[in-house]
Design a protein around this ligand. Sequence first.
Ligand code: ACO
Length: 267
Amino acid sequence: MAEAMFGGSAEEISLEEVGLRCEVDGEIATITLDRPEKRNAQTFATWSALAHIGDGLPQQVRVVVIRGEGPSFSAGIDLRMFTPEGVPGQGAFASSATLDEASFAERVALAQRGFLWLRRPDIVSVAAVHGHAIGAGFQLALACDLRVLADDAKLCMKEPALGLVPDLTGTKPLVDLVGLSRAIEICLTARVVGAREAARIGLAELVVAPDELTQAVRDLTDALLATDRDAATATKRLLQGASGRTLAEQSAAEAREQAKRVKALFG
Ligand code: ACO
Protein backbone atom coordinates (compact mmCIF):
# COMPACT_ATOMS: atom_id res chain seq x y z
CA MET A 1 0.00 0.00 0.00
CA ALA A 2 2.97 2.29 0.68
CA GLU A 3 3.82 2.15 -3.02
CA ALA A 4 0.45 3.45 -4.14
CA MET A 5 0.35 6.74 -5.99
CA PHE A 6 -2.19 9.46 -5.38
CA GLY A 7 -3.22 12.15 -7.76
CA GLY A 8 -2.97 15.79 -6.80
CA SER A 9 -4.53 17.73 -9.65
CA ALA A 10 -1.52 17.84 -11.90
CA GLU A 11 0.99 15.26 -10.78
CA GLU A 12 1.09 11.92 -9.02
CA ILE A 13 2.65 11.74 -5.59
CA SER A 14 3.42 8.86 -3.24
CA LEU A 15 1.84 8.10 0.12
CA GLU A 16 5.05 9.15 1.84
CA GLU A 17 5.10 12.48 0.00
CA VAL A 18 1.49 13.06 1.03
CA GLY A 19 2.62 12.67 4.64
CA LEU A 20 0.73 9.51 5.48
CA ARG A 21 1.67 6.00 6.60
CA CYS A 22 -0.61 3.00 6.62
CA GLU A 23 0.44 -0.13 8.49
CA VAL A 24 -1.72 -3.24 8.50
CA ASP A 25 -1.19 -5.75 11.28
CA GLY A 26 -3.70 -8.58 11.01
CA GLU A 27 -7.17 -7.14 11.66
CA ILE A 28 -5.88 -3.65 12.55
CA ALA A 29 -4.90 -0.90 10.12
CA THR A 30 -3.12 2.10 11.57
CA ILE A 31 -3.10 5.28 9.51
CA THR A 32 -0.58 7.82 10.71
CA LEU A 33 -0.65 11.47 9.71
CA ASP A 34 3.07 11.83 9.28
CA ARG A 35 4.07 15.41 8.57
CA PRO A 36 4.91 16.42 12.15
CA GLU A 37 7.10 19.34 11.13
CA LYS A 38 3.96 20.94 9.62
CA ARG A 39 1.74 19.64 12.45
CA ASN A 40 0.19 17.09 10.04
CA ALA A 41 -1.48 19.76 7.93
CA GLN A 42 -3.74 18.21 5.27
CA THR A 43 -4.03 18.82 1.54
CA PHE A 44 -6.27 17.52 -1.26
CA ALA A 45 -3.68 14.79 -1.76
CA THR A 46 -4.12 13.73 1.89
CA TRP A 47 -7.86 13.26 1.34
CA SER A 48 -7.36 11.50 -1.96
CA ALA A 49 -4.82 9.18 -0.31
CA LEU A 50 -7.20 8.49 2.59
CA ALA A 51 -9.92 7.52 0.10
CA HIS A 52 -7.45 5.28 -1.70
CA ILE A 53 -6.50 3.58 1.57
CA GLY A 54 -10.20 2.96 2.23
CA ASP A 55 -10.70 1.53 -1.27
CA GLY A 56 -7.77 -0.86 -0.90
CA LEU A 57 -8.25 -1.84 2.73
CA PRO A 58 -7.42 -5.56 3.07
CA GLN A 59 -10.55 -7.57 3.73
CA GLN A 60 -9.35 -8.91 7.07
CA VAL A 61 -9.15 -5.42 8.61
CA ARG A 62 -11.81 -4.78 11.27
CA VAL A 63 -10.39 -1.78 13.13
CA VAL A 64 -8.85 1.35 11.62
CA VAL A 65 -6.89 3.63 13.93
CA ILE A 66 -6.00 7.16 12.86
CA ARG A 67 -3.25 8.91 14.77
CA GLY A 68 -0.84 11.78 14.32
CA GLU A 69 2.95 11.87 14.53
CA GLY A 70 4.62 14.67 16.51
CA PRO A 71 3.05 17.25 18.83
CA SER A 72 -0.35 17.55 17.10
CA PHE A 73 -2.98 15.19 15.71
CA SER A 74 -3.52 17.66 12.84
CA ALA A 75 -3.42 21.43 12.44
CA GLY A 76 -6.08 21.18 9.74
CA ILE A 77 -5.92 22.23 6.15
CA ASP A 78 -2.52 23.24 4.82
CA LEU A 79 -2.64 27.01 5.02
CA ARG A 80 -0.80 27.24 1.69
CA MET A 81 -4.18 26.41 0.15
CA PHE A 82 -5.24 29.94 1.05
CA THR A 83 -2.32 31.54 -0.81
CA PRO A 84 -2.61 32.39 -4.52
CA GLU A 85 0.12 29.82 -5.31
CA GLY A 86 -1.57 27.03 -3.33
CA VAL A 87 0.11 23.67 -2.72
CA PRO A 88 2.38 22.69 -5.63
CA GLY A 89 0.50 20.33 -7.97
CA GLN A 90 -2.77 20.70 -6.07
CA GLY A 91 -4.00 24.19 -6.76
CA ALA A 92 -5.45 26.70 -4.32
CA PHE A 93 -8.79 27.93 -3.06
CA ALA A 94 -8.36 30.94 -5.32
CA SER A 95 -8.47 28.70 -8.40
CA SER A 96 -11.56 26.80 -7.21
CA ALA A 97 -13.45 30.11 -6.86
CA THR A 98 -13.90 30.12 -10.63
CA LEU A 99 -15.34 26.58 -10.83
CA ASP A 100 -19.01 26.21 -11.74
CA GLU A 101 -21.35 24.78 -9.10
CA ALA A 102 -21.21 21.19 -10.37
CA SER A 103 -17.41 21.13 -10.66
CA PHE A 104 -17.03 22.64 -7.21
CA ALA A 105 -19.42 20.10 -5.70
CA GLU A 106 -17.46 17.33 -7.41
CA ARG A 107 -14.21 18.63 -5.94
CA VAL A 108 -15.65 18.76 -2.42
CA ALA A 109 -17.19 15.29 -2.83
CA LEU A 110 -13.78 13.95 -3.83
CA ALA A 111 -12.25 15.36 -0.65
CA GLN A 112 -15.14 14.03 1.46
CA ARG A 113 -14.57 10.51 0.10
CA GLY A 114 -11.41 10.43 2.21
CA PHE A 115 -13.54 10.76 5.36
CA LEU A 116 -16.80 8.95 4.62
CA TRP A 117 -15.43 5.41 4.30
CA LEU A 118 -14.46 5.50 7.97
CA ARG A 119 -18.15 4.91 8.79
CA ARG A 120 -18.36 1.63 6.86
CA PRO A 121 -20.24 -0.94 8.96
CA ASP A 122 -17.62 -3.64 8.41
CA ILE A 123 -14.94 -1.66 10.28
CA VAL A 124 -14.73 0.37 13.47
CA SER A 125 -12.65 3.53 13.13
CA VAL A 126 -10.88 5.02 16.12
CA ALA A 127 -9.23 8.45 16.23
CA ALA A 128 -6.35 8.64 18.69
CA VAL A 129 -6.11 12.37 19.26
CA HIS A 130 -3.40 14.28 21.08
CA GLY A 131 -2.45 17.94 20.89
CA HIS A 132 -4.24 20.11 18.35
CA ALA A 133 -7.05 18.82 16.13
CA ILE A 134 -8.04 21.93 14.22
CA GLY A 135 -10.47 22.34 11.33
CA ALA A 136 -9.90 19.41 8.98
CA GLY A 137 -8.10 17.70 11.88
CA PHE A 138 -11.17 17.98 14.11
CA GLN A 139 -13.35 16.80 11.22
CA LEU A 140 -11.11 13.78 10.64
CA ALA A 141 -11.53 12.84 14.31
CA LEU A 142 -15.30 13.36 13.92
CA ALA A 143 -15.32 11.09 10.85
CA CYS A 144 -14.28 8.19 13.06
CA ASP A 145 -16.73 6.05 15.02
CA LEU A 146 -14.83 6.51 18.29
CA ARG A 147 -12.41 9.07 19.73
CA VAL A 148 -9.79 8.40 22.37
CA LEU A 149 -8.21 11.64 23.54
CA ALA A 150 -4.99 12.40 25.32
CA ASP A 151 -5.68 14.95 28.04
CA ASP A 152 -3.66 17.54 26.10
CA ALA A 153 -6.05 17.34 23.12
CA LYS A 154 -7.44 20.63 21.85
CA LEU A 155 -10.32 20.49 19.38
CA CYS A 156 -11.25 23.53 17.34
CA MET A 157 -13.63 24.07 14.40
CA LYS A 158 -11.68 26.98 12.99
CA GLU A 159 -13.38 27.22 9.58
CA PRO A 160 -15.95 29.94 10.39
CA ALA A 161 -13.14 32.13 11.74
CA LEU A 162 -11.49 31.84 8.33
CA GLY A 163 -14.67 32.65 6.40
CA LEU A 164 -15.41 29.02 5.50
CA VAL A 165 -17.84 26.33 6.56
CA PRO A 166 -16.71 22.91 7.77
CA ASP A 167 -17.27 20.74 4.67
CA LEU A 168 -15.24 17.62 5.35
CA THR A 169 -18.25 15.69 6.70
CA GLY A 170 -17.84 16.98 10.27
CA THR A 171 -21.05 18.92 10.84
CA LYS A 172 -23.44 15.98 11.11
CA PRO A 173 -21.42 13.88 13.57
CA LEU A 174 -20.80 17.03 15.62
CA VAL A 175 -24.52 17.81 15.89
CA ASP A 176 -25.34 14.13 16.50
CA LEU A 177 -22.81 13.97 19.32
CA VAL A 178 -23.24 17.29 21.15
CA GLY A 179 -26.63 18.60 19.99
CA LEU A 180 -27.46 21.57 17.82
CA SER A 181 -26.99 24.35 20.37
CA ARG A 182 -23.57 23.18 21.54
CA ALA A 183 -22.48 22.58 17.93
CA ILE A 184 -23.49 26.13 16.99
CA GLU A 185 -21.61 27.50 20.00
CA ILE A 186 -18.45 25.47 19.25
CA CYS A 187 -18.37 26.29 15.53
CA LEU A 188 -19.48 29.90 15.58
CA THR A 189 -17.02 30.86 18.29
CA ALA A 190 -14.26 28.66 16.81
CA ARG A 191 -13.12 28.14 20.38
CA VAL A 192 -10.91 25.38 21.66
CA VAL A 193 -12.61 22.42 23.34
CA GLY A 194 -10.25 20.69 25.76
CA ALA A 195 -10.15 16.95 26.33
CA ARG A 196 -12.08 16.88 29.61
CA GLU A 197 -14.91 18.98 28.21
CA ALA A 198 -14.87 16.87 25.05
CA ALA A 199 -15.48 13.74 27.13
CA ARG A 200 -18.21 15.46 29.12
CA ILE A 201 -20.17 16.59 26.05
CA GLY A 202 -19.84 13.33 24.13
CA LEU A 203 -16.94 14.09 21.80
CA ALA A 204 -14.65 11.48 23.36
CA GLU A 205 -15.20 7.95 24.59
CA LEU A 206 -12.08 8.08 26.74
CA VAL A 207 -9.47 10.57 27.97
CA VAL A 208 -6.08 9.36 29.12
CA ALA A 209 -2.62 10.77 29.85
CA PRO A 210 -0.64 11.38 26.64
CA ASP A 211 1.80 8.57 27.40
CA GLU A 212 -1.11 6.16 27.85
CA LEU A 213 -2.81 6.95 24.53
CA THR A 214 -1.24 4.12 22.53
CA GLN A 215 -2.02 1.50 25.17
CA ALA A 216 -5.57 2.80 25.68
CA VAL A 217 -6.23 2.51 21.94
CA ARG A 218 -4.69 -0.97 21.91
CA ASP A 219 -6.93 -2.07 24.80
CA LEU A 220 -10.00 -0.68 23.03
CA THR A 221 -8.98 -2.37 19.79
CA ASP A 222 -8.51 -5.71 21.58
CA ALA A 223 -11.98 -5.39 23.09
CA LEU A 224 -13.51 -4.52 19.70
CA LEU A 225 -11.83 -7.53 18.11
CA ALA A 226 -13.16 -9.87 20.79
CA THR A 227 -16.70 -9.81 19.36
CA ASP A 228 -17.95 -11.77 16.37
CA ARG A 229 -17.12 -9.94 13.16
CA ASP A 230 -20.38 -10.44 11.28
CA ALA A 231 -22.47 -9.70 14.37
CA ALA A 232 -20.42 -6.52 14.94
CA THR A 233 -21.00 -5.40 11.35
CA ALA A 234 -24.73 -6.06 11.56
CA THR A 235 -24.98 -4.33 14.93
CA LYS A 236 -23.12 -1.24 13.70
CA ARG A 237 -25.44 -1.11 10.68
CA LEU A 238 -28.44 -1.27 13.04
CA LEU A 239 -27.11 1.41 15.36
CA GLN A 240 -26.26 3.71 12.45
CA GLY A 241 -29.80 3.46 11.13
CA ALA A 242 -31.51 3.92 14.50
CA SER A 243 -31.83 7.72 14.56
CA GLY A 244 -33.50 7.76 11.14
CA ARG A 245 -36.13 5.15 12.05
CA THR A 246 -39.17 4.99 14.31
CA LEU A 247 -39.13 2.49 17.18
CA ALA A 248 -41.35 0.17 15.17
CA GLU A 249 -39.09 0.42 12.11
CA GLN A 250 -35.98 -0.12 14.21
CA SER A 251 -37.53 -3.14 15.92
CA ALA A 252 -38.31 -4.62 12.50
CA ALA A 253 -34.75 -3.91 11.37
CA GLU A 254 -33.45 -5.75 14.46
CA ALA A 255 -35.59 -8.76 13.56
CA ARG A 256 -34.30 -8.74 9.95
CA GLU A 257 -30.66 -8.58 11.03
CA GLN A 258 -31.22 -11.29 13.66
CA ALA A 259 -32.82 -13.60 11.11
CA LYS A 260 -29.62 -13.38 9.06
CA ARG A 261 -27.47 -14.01 12.15
CA VAL A 262 -29.48 -17.01 13.30
CA LYS A 263 -29.41 -18.47 9.79
CA ALA A 264 -25.64 -18.00 9.64
CA LEU A 265 -25.09 -19.51 13.11
CA PHE A 266 -27.57 -22.38 13.10
CA GLY A 267 -28.97 -22.74 9.61
N1 ACO B 1 -0.77 24.51 7.37
C1 ACO B 1 0.52 24.59 7.00
N2 ACO B 1 1.55 24.66 7.89
C2 ACO B 1 1.23 24.62 9.20
C3 ACO B 1 -0.08 24.50 9.65
C4 ACO B 1 -1.12 24.45 8.68
N3 ACO B 1 -2.41 24.33 9.01
N4 ACO B 1 -0.07 24.49 11.00
C5 ACO B 1 1.22 24.58 11.37
N5 ACO B 1 2.00 24.66 10.28
C6 ACO B 1 3.45 24.77 10.24
C7 ACO B 1 3.94 26.14 10.69
O1 ACO B 1 3.87 27.06 9.63
C8 ACO B 1 5.33 25.82 11.12
O2 ACO B 1 6.13 25.70 9.97
P1 ACO B 1 7.64 26.30 9.96
O3 ACO B 1 8.36 25.53 11.05
O4 ACO B 1 8.11 26.00 8.59
O5 ACO B 1 7.50 27.75 10.27
C9 ACO B 1 5.20 24.42 11.73
O6 ACO B 1 4.01 23.86 11.17
C10 ACO B 1 5.04 24.42 13.22
O7 ACO B 1 4.00 25.30 13.54
P2 ACO B 1 3.98 26.13 14.90
O8 ACO B 1 2.86 27.11 14.81
O9 ACO B 1 5.34 26.66 15.18
O10 ACO B 1 3.66 24.95 15.93
P3 ACO B 1 2.99 25.05 17.36
O11 ACO B 1 3.09 23.66 17.91
O12 ACO B 1 3.55 26.17 18.14
O13 ACO B 1 1.45 25.41 17.08
C11 ACO B 1 -0.69 25.08 16.03
C12 ACO B 1 0.61 24.43 16.53
C13 ACO B 1 -1.48 25.64 17.21
C14 ACO B 1 -1.48 23.95 15.38
C15 ACO B 1 -0.39 26.22 15.05
O14 ACO B 1 0.57 25.78 14.13
C16 ACO B 1 -1.61 26.69 14.27
O15 ACO B 1 -2.44 27.44 14.79
N6 ACO B 1 -1.69 26.29 12.99
C17 ACO B 1 -2.74 26.75 12.07
C18 ACO B 1 -4.08 26.11 12.38
C19 ACO B 1 -5.14 26.49 11.36
O16 ACO B 1 -5.59 27.63 11.31
N7 ACO B 1 -5.57 25.53 10.53
C20 ACO B 1 -6.59 25.71 9.54
C21 ACO B 1 -7.92 25.27 10.13
S1 ACO B 1 -9.27 25.44 9.02
C22 ACO B 1 -9.40 23.97 8.14
O17 ACO B 1 -8.73 23.01 8.44
C23 ACO B 1 -10.33 23.86 6.95
